[in-house]
Design a protein around this ligand. Structure first.
Ligand code: AMP
Length: 184
């Protein structure tokens, strides 16, 4: 199973990717988690991306594509993978198409309205203390999503891959909707 988890920050991509990973027994690859780990380690990659991440902007397509290639070559992606947080620009989606030997099985787009997203991201900021979850960065991440990432919706729609899911229910409800959409 090769899936892309798609949606704005706070939509629940990570939560659903973890469940789908267990269900389909394929790894969930979160580019945000990989970069946060690099920052925490203080590696060369971490030093390169720290300030960009803190601003809520995107790191470059070249850099993140290299990160994804390295992760996919780690040896556990033979049966498939779930991509969480990649691709985030049309350039990244094109790079992904070039990388894959077979097409994706689907792109799961989790849809949640802006007010609900803001409330969830503010909640996450106080619970997890993520340094990119302060008010200013939250707004900038949402506008980056609208400007740079939302254009991927027609890109994947035109390839017949898009599965649009109502993400406002409980995690169990959203998970059930995703599984149903993948069967149809
Ligand atoms: P996330 O946890 O997926 O929201 O990612 C946190 C931050 O990591 C983003 O705000 C970006 O700065 C960076 N990042 C993660 N994935 C990507 C990507 N595919 N392209 C560019 N930047 C990314």
């Amino acid at each position: 199973m090769r899936l892309v988890m798609f949606g704005p920050p706070g939509a629940g991509k990570g939560t659903q990717a973890a469940r789908l990973s267990e269900h389909f027994r394929v790894p969930a690859l979160s580019t945000g988690d990989i970069l946060r780990a690099a920052v925490a380690e203080g590696s060369a990659l971490g030093k390169q991306v720290k300030s960009v991440m803190e601003s809520g902007a995107l790191v470059s397509d070249e850099l993140i594509t290299d990160v994804v290639i390295a992760r996919m070559n780690a040896g556990d992606c033979d049966r498939g993978f779930l991509l969480d947080g990649f691709p985030r620009t049309v350039g990244q989606a094109e790079a992904l198409e070039g990388l894959l030997s077979a097409a994706l099985d689907g792109v799961v787009s989790i849809e949640v309205g802006e007010e609900e997203l803001l409330a969830r991201l503010r909640g996450r900021a106080s619970e997890q203390g993520r340094s990119d979850d302060n008010e200013e960065t939250i707004r900038s991440r949402l506008s980056v999503y609208k400007e740079q990432t939302a254009p991927l919706l027609p890109f994947y729609e035109s390839r017949g891959l898009l599965r649009s899911i109502d993400g406002t229910g409980t995690p169990d409800e959203v998970f059930a909707l995703i599984l149903a959409s993948l069967k149809s």
